[in-house]
Ligand binder design. Structure first.
Ligand code: ASP
Length: 422
């Protein structure tokens, strides 16, 4: 029998995990369901896998960004790629919010909803509002070890960029340092390949846990809210991203969709952009034909600051909560939502559920009650799984387009039928 490749294994694990989770949710014995499965085997496999990924993320981001920044031939190129990437990320996020606001103003998800049937989330009173100046200040850590230890990815990223730039500026004398980072980058990518062998088990356990814990019954009263989000996510993916690939990149969008599937599956099961970063980096090189010099810079940056799916959820949530509380929003409010949701998306860490916490900042900016979050908490996890896929799709599309413009792209690799990851 032909050996199954990793991509197929992950997909199979996802389907089996979902089925297993649904079956598990019907089991009444707490000993089997809770103790043995949810708090036992599934937790061990799922959290074990996530821990291993998280273990890699911060050092991987650091090493790959230093390497990418330092290996771009000259400082002008760093500046050009850096600013193009930032413009792309911010523009697509702003567009995503506009799509979300438009869709939700047409569908009106918060009108005519029976509040008694909504499952309220717990612990909202503890959610403190996020201050956006503090979010920005995280970018400059006072102690780099603390930034590493706290998983302050924005801070680590900033430090990596300035170290990389300094290596380029020093030139010849810093050559050994560049080689060191090049080697470290390879080592980390190898580590990723090793850990990814474990992905099918992790994915199975994570998906089974979600399906056994988060009942779809919570979804029913909020179908319109969920439909708005799904529609806006669909527009962002199929029209905005694929349109950009076709019109700006002159590339076949079907190839992208096919090769992006395994990454999407991983996003879906982990609900974490950071968890999908290693696979994005690997695919970018082997599947999409993007040179590592570009992808090692744009992908970690994107996984940290570019969250279009999250911004879409925040846009829809604002309109939904405003409609429920009967608070009208004016044009100025919408502009404010676009601005704060772009910032919130930059400040959102690529792990499950943070988008919802950052929503407090967007709500506060237009004086909407933060408690409104309780209404949507119950179904957020399932939507998080999907929006994370869009977050990461945006990073990959940007990476491909920038690589193509910078002649760091091998179109023949992009067009070859899937090279399966090993
Ligand atoms: N889970 C999302 C991500 O990792 C962030 C969020 O929306 O909560 O991309």
């Amino acid at each position: 029998m032909k050996k199954m490749n990793l991509t197929t294994k992950i997909l199979l694990a996802l389907i089996l995990g979902a089925v297993f989770g649904v079956v598990l949710s019907t089991i009444t014995s707490p000993l089997i369901k809770q103790t043995l499965m949810l708090d036992g085997i599934l937790k061990l496999l799922g959290t074990g896998f996530l821990n291993a990924i998280k273990l890699l993320v911060v050092p991987l981001i650091f090493v790959s960004i230093v390497y990418a920044t330092a290996s771009l031939d000259d400082i002008k190129k760093v500046g050009r790629i850096g600013s193009k990437t930032m413009i792309f990320y911010v523009a697509t996020t702003a567009l995503a919010i506009v799509v979300a606001l438009t869709v939700s103003n047409i569908i009106k998800p918060g009108i005519g909803i029976d509040l008694n049937s909504v499952v309220l989330g717990q612990g909202i009173s503890e959610v403190t509002s996020i201050n956006f100046i503090d979010t920005l200040l995280q970018i400059i850590p006072t102690n780099i070890f603390m930034a590493f230890a706290d998983g302050n990815v924005l801070g680590v990223l900033f430090f990596a960029v300035i170290v990389g730039i300094s290596i380029t500026l020093v030139g010849e004398k810093a050559e050994p340092v560049l080689r060191l980072f090049e080697g470290l980058n390879e080592v980390f990518l190898k580590l990723v390949t090793l850990i990814m062998q474990f992905a099918p088990y992790g994915v199975f356990a994570l998906v089974a846990t979600t399906f056994a814990t988060f009942g779809f019954s919570a979804l029913m009263p909020l179908v319109k809210y969920a439909a708005c989000i799904l529609l806006a996510l669909g527009i962002q993916f199929f029209i905005v991203y694929l349109g950009m690939l076709v019109f700006i990149g002159k590339l076949n969008p079907k190839v992208f969709v096919k090769k992006f599937m395994p990454i999407f599956n991983l996003c879906f099961s982990t609900a974490s952009s950071s968890a999908a970063l290693p696979l994005s980096l690997e695919s970018s090189d082997k599947q999409f034909g993007v040179s590592k010099r570009v992808s090692s810079f744009t992908l970690p940056l994107g996984a940290t600051i570019n969250m279009d799916g999250t911004a879409i959820m925040q846009g829809v949530a604002v309109v939904f909560i405003a409609q429920i509380y009967g608070i009208p929003l004016g044009f100025g409010d919408y502009i404010m939502v676009i601005l704060t949701a772009v910032l919130a998306s930059i400040g959102t860490a690529g792990v499950p559920g943070v988008g919802l916490v950052m929503l407090t900042m967007v709500l506060a900016s237009v004086n909407l009650p933060v408690e409104g979050i309780a209404l949507i908490m119950g179904i957020d996890r399932i939507l998080d799984m999907i929006r994370t896929g869009i977050n990461v799709a945006g990073d990959n599309v940007c990476t491909i387009l920038i690589a193509k413009q910078e002649n760091e792209f091998d179109e023949s690799v992009y067009n070859t039928p899937t090279v399966h990851l090993d």
